[in-house]
Write a protein that binds this ligand. Sequence first.
Ligand code: MLT
Length: 405
Amino acid sequence: MIRLNNNFNKLQAGYLFIEIARRVSDHAAANPGHKLIKLGIGDVTRPLPPAIIKAFHEGVDDQADAAGFRGYGPEQGYAFLREAIAEADFVSRGCSISADDIFVSDGAKCDTGNFQELFAGDISIAVPDPVYPVYVDTNVMAGRTGEAKDGRYDGLIYLEGTENNGFVPSPADLPEDGADLVYLCFPNNPTGTTATRDQLGEWVEWALAQRSLILFDAAYEAFVTDPELPRSIYEIPGAEKCAVEFRSFSKTAGFTGTRCAYTIVPGAIEIDGVKLRDMWNRRHSTKFNGVSYPVQKAAAAVYSVEGKKETRELINYYLGNAKIIREAMNEVSYQTWGGVNSPYVWVKTGEDSWDTFDKLLKGADVVVTPGSGFGRMGEGFIRISAFNDRENVQEAIGRIVKAMG
Ligand code: MLT
């Protein structure tokens, strides 16, 4: 008789952004005619830059032409894209990463969620709190946790992000037994905080000494403008032996609807005598047939001279929004984190965060993300996303200030 994976029953609630969407659609249905402004899920609103659209069109035209037509592509991604990524994002920044280490995919969410499949069922796992929920939920689904109690799962190690540590946990926050696998995300989702070279250096040193692995989510690295801050964990020597990095064109170049991302699994990582890169290759080529050719052409254009300039303008546009949000919240005396080198502003409200969410939805027609949706340590905070058009951000902030004031 067919039976289900009962680990799914342990999941505490619907996926955060689905729950938000449900409340928003109920509100919209009850209030037709209201102009709702969404600063909740980090979804871009600006169109793809011209250089990228041009390459996208060229990719489509190639498919209409017998000479240019492509069928299945290489599962790991076309060499033209992987080589452009390796050179621009890593080699030029002094990182020991080659095109062979890069796996093109359709999203960092899928990759951060799927990567845990490579590890034994009983490894110990540490996640930050607050946390991007995908890291936790996918391990719950895989059966690596016990039941949920008070918003946390038995068996997971939670690295608490607090005002005291500036929402940047360190290896000293781990229990004595350490952890086999640690998820880190910088610039951080949801708090918008960044980690310095020294802070990442501590994690790399710890992972090398413990023979542990770091899964480093760098989906927001393009928002780092401070030259002192690392954009990749591979800027820290030794990280190529103990860290996998996830990146995405979603927020960097407006690809949330177009779908393209990449994961770096350095050839130098060996676990139990097996190259992790070979194992991910085996998994990737078994379960995935690659990102479409026109999309990879479009992604490669991000690295052209024009593409770099235009994506920089796009990022600066959203960073300008983040500045408006951060300054407005500070002006009305709310303490904030992030919003600099990051598109997310983390605001301390001191109230139940779903109550604040509902108050802003019902009283201001503005959608934010309740901090508690990211974990226990997010209670009393909301996350405001800078991904929207400038006029909407300005209008939303005016409404938020009024509703919260
Ligand atoms: C977020 O709002 O946290 C992200 O947009 C979600 C995602 O990228 O999956």
